[in-house]
Design a protein around this ligand. Structure first.
Ligand code: NAD
Ligand code: ZN
Length: 355
């Protein structure tokens, strides 16, 4: 089945990799295919994709994890492609989580000034978030995603079968973003996700979870391709979440930090009188049902969190702007590009309320 808010196929379902060839429209015009995957995903799902392509493909396997999302790995992959004689009529397929998608997309964006690529996300987070929106890139020693490019894939093939092997911690990373999608855009979707927690018990539930989130993110991105306004709503929970993630030295999963961030930011919205406390309660309930944390770690002081938010790239001229909900499904401040400057004492109070 296809979602058509974007000009390329987004296929979500079971057995999608096994029929990969039929889903990649331009595949006959492609001279060479390179599959980029990691050493965890490869042994689990590569054989299915290769069989589904029905033709030869070069496989490039990198080490799993964020530490591989670097310019060094980008160089290794581009060198491998050059040595193997890949030309402009080549296609790359990213088989893996967001690390593989971002990295492969950036290779595709830059190799010979740009070649097509296909996203085959295998984590819930990549299906509902990383594979959508055309952002690609790598990390540098100074921070995450600091070098990159916009490069849209030829297709996104989300095979729900791959989620069967996904560890709980990675499931929760994706669930945090799905909950976020409900908060920022769709109360009905939020309610249906809440009902599916801690994890959908059948294919229909899993499919509605992924498709609902994909629909929300594609619509937000389609209406705001270059982050002029609406796309900022996707940052809900991430101003505080990124600060916590950074202060903890990336020792806690992204989804856990975002979950705490969403709860704190809901308290901020309530503290400013933008949202009522029902929002805080509903969100906290969903977060806990997903098995995600809803408390700021005691080791992190409010001062440390506040100064970490000030260095976030979303801060403008020293004033930290938040994107805040008025209720589940509705964001405030559309007239100001969805950014709300928040005084430090309101942030402090929200952090105290979330200890
Ligand atoms: N481009 C964007 O718009 C965007 C948006 C959000 C996140 N991201 C990026 O995505 C990355 C995070 O993505 P992620 O959470 O998918 O991380 P990931 O790619 O590191 O995958 C998480 C772990 O799960 C393993 N894995 C993947 N699929 C599996 C499967 N089906 N079964 C078992 N194990 C599997 C991986 O080997 C890895 O160890 C970050 O680098 C982040 O910056 C990008
Ligand atoms: Zn996120």
């Amino acid at each position: 089945m296809n979602d058509r808010a974007v000009p390329y196929p987004m296929v979500t379902g079971r057995g999608v990799l096994a029929r990969a060839q039929t889903h990649i429209g331009a595949i006959d015009a492609v001279h060479r295919i390179g599959i980029v995957t990691d050493n965890v995903v490869g042994p689990l799902h590569l054989a299915t994709l290769r069989a589904g392509l029905g033709r030869d493909a070069e496989v490039i396997t990198i080490e799993s994890g964020e530490q591989s999302k670097t310019r060094e790995t980008w160089a290794q992959i581009t060198d491998t492609l050059q040595t193997a004689g890949f030309g402009r009529d080549s296609l790359l397929i990213a088989l893996g989580g967001g690390v593989i998608g971002d990295l492969t997309g950036f290779v595709a964006a830059t190799y010979q000034r740009g070649i097509p690529f296909v996203q085959a996300p295998t984590t819930l987070l990549a299906m509902v978030d990383a594979a959508i929106g055309g952002k690609t890139g790598v990390d540098t020693p100074l921070g995450k995603n600091l070098v990159g490019a916009f490069h849209e894939p030829l297709a996104v093939l989300s095979d729900l079968d791959t989620l069967g092997t996904l560890p709980g911690i990675e499931r929760r990373n994706g669930l945090a973003e799905a909950i976020k999608h409900g908060v920022i855009a769709d109360a009905a979707y939020f309610a249906s996700v809440s009902d599916l927690l801690p994890w959908p018990s059948d294919t229909a539930g899993l499919e509605s979870l992924v498709r609902g989130s994909v629909a929300i993110k594609t619509q937000v991105v389609a209406r705001d391709l270059r982050e002029q306004g609406l796309r900022k709503t996707l940052n809900f929970g991430h101003t505080i979440g990124h600060a916590i993630e950074h202060l903890l030295g990336y020792a806690e999963p992204h989804g856990a930090c975002v979950a705490i961030g969403m709860v704190v930011e809901a308290h901020i919205a309530a503290g400013l009188g933008i949202a009522d406390t029902a929002l805080v309660a509903q969100l906290g309930d969903a977060v806990r049902r997903a098995g995600l944390p809803d408390r700021v770690p005691p080791a992190l002081s409010a001062d440390a969190i506040l100064s970490a938010t000030a260095t976030d790239k979303k801060a403008r001229a020293g004033v930290v702007e938040y994107t805040l909900p008025t209720a589940i499904g509705t964001m405030s401040g559309a007239e100001r590009g969805f950014g709300t400057p928040v005084p430090a004492d309101v942030v402090r109070a929200a952090i105290s309320a979330t200890r």
